[in-house]
Design a protein around this ligand. Sequence first.
Ligand SMILES: [Zn+2]
Length: 284
Amino acid sequence: MLTIAKEVLKDAREKRYAVPGFNCIADVMIRGILDRAEQCRVPVFLMLYAAEVGDKTFWYYPAIVRAVADRYTIPIVLHLDHATELDVIREALDHGFNSVMYDGSSLPFDQNAEITRKVVELAAPYGASVEAELGLVGGLDVLTAQTSTANILTQPDEVVTFVERTGVDSLAVSIGTAHGVYAQLPKLDIPLLKELNDVSQVPLVLHGGSGTPDEQIRAAVENGICKFNVYADSRVGMWSRFKKIAAETQRNDPLPNDYFAELREALGDVVEAKATLAGAVGKG
Ligand SMILES: [Zn+2]
């Protein structure tokens, strides 16, 4: 069922597990994630990446999620990921998103805090939760897979002020992960994370969860990460299954459901693996 992010993350923080967040764009992906999450009793964030919002996305995506959410018993958060424009956030809220991330990480601290505060005020009447980012999680641009931005690690002394000034519900921190597929394995700064979690009034979020070695994800969850985002690993998993099916299929007009089912399974495998890693299995 559709659930408030704040509630889901509160439980995760208390019980020291992380709720996985999966970026997805089509009903095939939404169902792939939800079916396996339900099977494994995993609470999930279904995340729409703001840069992938296109023509009619807001007609379909939130409508599909809202129509099916009640058929599942697990907590489901409908989340807009990495929005940088207030208009897009407003539109998402109008279409029933119950959680939004405003990403002001490329702005100076004061400006980031000021706009995040506005987003919190905007989301309040909808009862929606807000995630913000402090520090900068760099890496590859999702759309081009090319430009690369360097990380700026989150400063513990800025966390308390930022949360107080903005009233944000959760905070994405930069501790060494990056977006996209890694050229070199990351090394997370766990002592820094520990420090951030000790001072933070709100649950912490890890972006760039794909490709991060399992033991580092485990250490991050043990030390305060309550939500972690996955996209690149889902794309890689679905694409390799897609190529395998394409190579094996004899028929020139295969039934769409046959390969859609395979893609859902491939994505489901990623969901199960990540949820297991985050200690989220059985929590939904
Ligand atoms: Zn991210």
